[in-house]
Design a protein around this ligand. Sequence first.
Ligand SMILES: [Zn+2]
Length: 266
Amino acid sequence: MTLGAQMIIRKASAILLRKVEYGDHDVVLTFLTPGEGKISAFAKNAKKSVKRFAGVLELFTSLEVVVRQGKGLPYLEEASIVAPYEAIRSDYLKSAYAGYWAEVTIQWLEEGAPQKRLFALFEAALMALHDALRSPGAVSILFQLLFLDIAGCAPSLTHCSGCGVSMEVLSPGRVPFDLERGGVVCARCRPESRHHMPLSPGTLKQLRWVLREGLDGAFRLRFSPAAEREGLFLLERFLSRHLGREPKSLSFLWKIRSPLPQGAFL
Ligand SMILES: [Zn+2]
């Protein structure tokens, strides 16, 4: 059977992660879907056709899409908005956070594998980012930590990542986090290298809580300003290290965000 003769039509919930213009009229879109993970589709005449996709194909919008699979890249047939999250696109900083999450997701995901948990996480993070009462930085901590958990590389926060001894009970004072080993370390394993970051016990407790609660409970958490600064500082470096490079959108985020006071870490 040849695919050319038989078109397959698929319908999916989808979040638009990336749009790349193709020629004068067309656009290549990358979506996150629960059933097939990352999928790319070609939108013919998307730039020109007001009737078909006007105002629908905006970044970080939650959609219902219909794609038609022929030979090569699928074609987008229909798209309708489920949630526009317009407060994200109208805010420079919020767009930068969502752009960072999208880049990380695109880089990590292979096409075609189901990603129900990641889809639910992305949707919850967009909803919280859209909310005027939530701090975008705090939402980004939740996204990054739960993303790392789904990817199977969450930082070790309860046991020493050098010798494995339990560190559940915290003694007063900051706890060293070793970026190379991927977690907290006990006094014996504490590295002399510049890759260690001292975390306050309060921040560590909040980060542990996020991993313990998972998606269902984590978005109820409100971070203290100190925990937000430390959590962002740690996770943005930790995630870049796992990806093997610093995402371009993260460098952009750092440029437009007011600098995190970092005296306590150095
Ligand atoms: Zn140790």
